[in-house]
Structures are given as C-alpha cells and as structure tokens.
Design a protein around this ligand. Structure first.
Ligand code: MN
Length: 221
C-alpha cells in the first residue's frame, strides 16, 4: 500500500511538471534505464521532421547513435549529459538548445541523480536513426569522477593553505626565520603601517623582535 502511494505520487508530480505528455516507457533496445517516449507528430512529405518528447529517469540514457540528417534537442526538464564521439561529456540543463550535426555519433541521457527531458526535433528525409553500442559505465561516469576528483583535490589544496597559513603565524611568533626564509618568495614585498620592504629586511626585523607577531589562536579561517 505504501509502495503504491509512492509510485502514484511521483507519477502525479511528473505529470504536473511536464508540458507535453510523457507517453509510454520505451520498449526498444536502444537505451539503458527507464525512458518514456511520446511522438508528438507524424512526419510527412510537407514536414520531414519528427518531434518527440523524451523523459529519462535518473541514470537512464540512450545508446550511441547517429541521425543521418542531424537533430535538435530542446531541453525541457532537469539536467542531463550530451556527448559527441571524441569530445568531452557536456552537462545540459532545462532551457538549453543542443544542435547535433548530421552523421555525428553521440548519446544523451539523464545524470545519475536527476530527471531529464527534452523535445527531440529530428529531420527524417535521410532515413532513420542508426543505433550503435551501449554507453558503457566508464563513458557514463567520466564527468562524475572528474567532479569527485576535483572536489577532493580542491578540498586538499584548501586545507593545505589553511595549515600553511597557521604554521606561518606560529613561525613568525616564534621568530623562526629559517622556516620563514624557505616559505617566503625572494620577490615578496611586506606591507606594514611603517612602510614596505623586501624579504631580507622582513626576516631581520622579525629576528630582532622589531615586529612582534602575537601568538594567535585559530578558531576559524
Ligand atoms: Mn540524438
């Protein structure tokens, strides 16, 4: 009963945010994960263009494919990935317009955490979409791994600067000019209320006690 309510609720929410009908869950073998598809028109000899509304559950994606006459994607919902063969994965958002040139191998789908939807406008005069390989996990996770790595290395760099900054104040308070000599760049300029000078004078002033750096307690940086 609880499961039923949950499913019913998310279905109701999806209907509310979607401008175009969500359609049926795609039964084709051209995707992984859950993809809903609704054809919005029937291409004919006057309008050689297929318009379709596609909705992806988080983690769902199409296989690599080619549109012989290209494709426009008008992103209507959420955040997704778009990648052309040989290029990095792009993150695309609601409101973006993606142009995929004729014959270019590519794939598109939701991110692992977000819903994703678009209207695909696909010219039909050169024939149907050519479906290729599945998008493998390595390809799909490239961007997520990059984000994870950069957030870890940013965090490490930030902590390193905080630690070094704390250490510098301790060295100054302790008049530890040998450590400061290694830390300060040769071209450093030190700006004080009494004037500005270079590294050698700063170190000798610290050593002599001419500038007294208090022992600070660091609570927040
Ligand atoms: Mn496509």
């Amino acid at each position: 009963m609880i499961l039923f309510s949950t499913v019913f609720y998310s279905e109701a929410v999806a209907q509310e945010v979607s401008i175009f009908p969500k359609g049926e869950i795609s039964a084709t073998d051209n995707n992984t994960g859950i993809v809903w598809l609704k054809e919005l028109n029937v291409p004919d000899s006057i309008f050689n263009l297929s318009l379709a509304h596609a909705t992806f559950a988080p983690g769902a994606k199409l296989d690599w494919h080619i549109h012989p006459a290209g494709q426009y994607l008008l992103i209507t919902e959420g955040t997704g990935y778009y990648q052309e063969r040989g290029k990095p994965v792009q993150i695309v958002h609601k409101g973006d317009v993606i142009k995929c040139l004729p014959g270019v191998e590519h794939w598109h789908g939701a991110t692992p955490e977000t819903d994703f939807g678009y209207i695909g406008a696909t010219p039909t005069q050169k024939g149907r979409t050519i479906w290729l390989k599945r998008v493998n996990d390595e390809e799909y996770n490239t961007i997520k791994q990059k984000q994870d790595v950069s957030s870890v290395s940013n965090k490490n760099a930030e902590q390193e600067i905080i630690d070094l900054s704390k250490q510098k104040w301790i060295w100054m308070a302790d008049k530890n000019v040998d450590s400061l000599n290694a830390l300060f760049d040769e071209k450093s300029v030190f700006v004080h209320m009494g004037g500005s000078w270079g590294k050698a004078q700063e170190l000798s002033t610290i050593k002599s006690g001419g500038i007294w750096y208090k022992k600070l307690k660091f609570t927040q940086l």
